[in-house]
Design a protein around this ligand. Sequence first.
Ligand SMILES: Cc1cc2nc3c(=O)[nH]c(=O)nc-3n(C[C@H](O)[C@H](O)[C@H](O)COP(=O)(O)OP(=O)(O)OC[C@H]3O[C@@H](n4cnc5c(N)ncnc54)[C@H](O)[C@@H]3O)c2cc1C
Length: 410
Amino acid sequence: MSQRTSHTGLSRDIRTPVRRKVLISGGGIGGPALAFWLNRHGFAVTLVEKASALRDGGYPVDVRGPALEVVRRMGILPRLRDAHVDLRRLTFLDGDGREVATVDPHTVTGGVAGRDLEVPRGDLTEALYTAVRDDVEFLFDDSIDTLDQTGHGVDVTFRGGARRTFDMVFGADGLHSRTRELLFGPEERFQRYLGYCFAVFTLRNTLGLSHEVVMWNVPGKAAALYAVGDGDEVHAFLNFAHPEPPLDVFRNPQAQRDLVAGVFADAGWEVPGMLAAMRDADDVFFDGVSQIRMPRWSSGRVALVGDAAYAPSFLTGQGTSLALVGAYMLAGSLAGRDHAAGFAAYEQHTREFVTVNQEQVGEGEAALFPTTARALEQRNDMLRTLGATPPGEGLPAHSALTLPDFTSLT
Ligand SMILES: Cc1cc2nc3c(=O)[nH]c(=O)nc-3n(C[C@H](O)[C@H](O)[C@H](O)COP(=O)(O)OP(=O)(O)OC[C@H]3O[C@@H](n4cnc5c(N)ncnc54)[C@H](O)[C@@H]3O)c2cc1C
């Protein structure tokens, strides 16, 4: 608020709104989307990302249901339509590399042909970044070191040494969120490990694959090659059952490669070549397959969004859509409200959507990555019948939220 003297000579208050200062940790999907909408609702936004630049590349991700409407309202839908992968075929192979079934990808993912988007993750992060970079302060190559909540703000120290105070802080720093750990405690408390580990990396497209996925399976193991287009590279994906999370390898890239190589040592089809490529690949991404389930997504002036709060796991294919929708709902819930009321509204209107999507996982797991010979045979029978099924109208969970219009509140 400021004071001015009017032409009558009497001083009066003019209520120039003070922009609330907020900090977002994480520049993946949820972070930039939240930055966009908070800026739109009048907040002064700073975003800190620990990587030294925007992380490009990466496997394709799905944007479905209300998340499509979020990106449309952001003005980036046409750009994402141009980047759409247009996957045409999903071929399943048995242990000897013989074809089991070829299906329309949408019949397996529950996506809707012609409406849902599948885009390389790098194209989505680039589009989100371009939409916000002129309006938001970006701090790359830095991260939050400590958070200290006082009565009227959050005192933040950064790894790089700076100290600043914000009105609110948001954790959009992914599955292994440090913001969550600082605020709520160790990840194990909220993690629901789903019994699998996976590695993804790129390798040369020696099979000439085009707009398709080919997946080899034996009980408890899957190896897939994913060709986004007709290019020279494909994404390799190795997924395997591992009943307990291998805690000793998560921070050790060489141990991760050794674990994967050991599990797939006697595998057939193209797997020996994939393992050889993995040894030299510089973009191996390894993790356990897990969800994050939390009783609350905020504490005081700090709230979580996306995988940090409610990772659904890639088995649902909904991580990106939940992050986009969650960011929209969180920012909109804060429009015209204080943090306490805004965070309560965010949870109230978003939690059910999150829950129904996280609960998809039982089916996804049984359908794609069976761990016993009998379950694999049942899956293969199901795939053979699916081959003749036309793609449907999408899973109800994918569209189980109608986006409110928050603009009138700003
Ligand atoms: C192999 C694989 C396949 C997937 N397939 C699909 C799919 O088909 N469909 C789908 O919808 N989703 C898929 N997902 C999930 C999807 O990528 C995530 O759910 C989605 O990206 C969540 O976005 P987010 O912004 O919450 O987190 P992220 O995209 O993980 O972004 C987190 C960001 O925070 C940064 N960060 C981390 N720690 C810190 C820190 N301490 N300080 C500052 N910055 C930090 C990271 O560098 C990163 O940029 C897949 C995920 C994986 C791993």
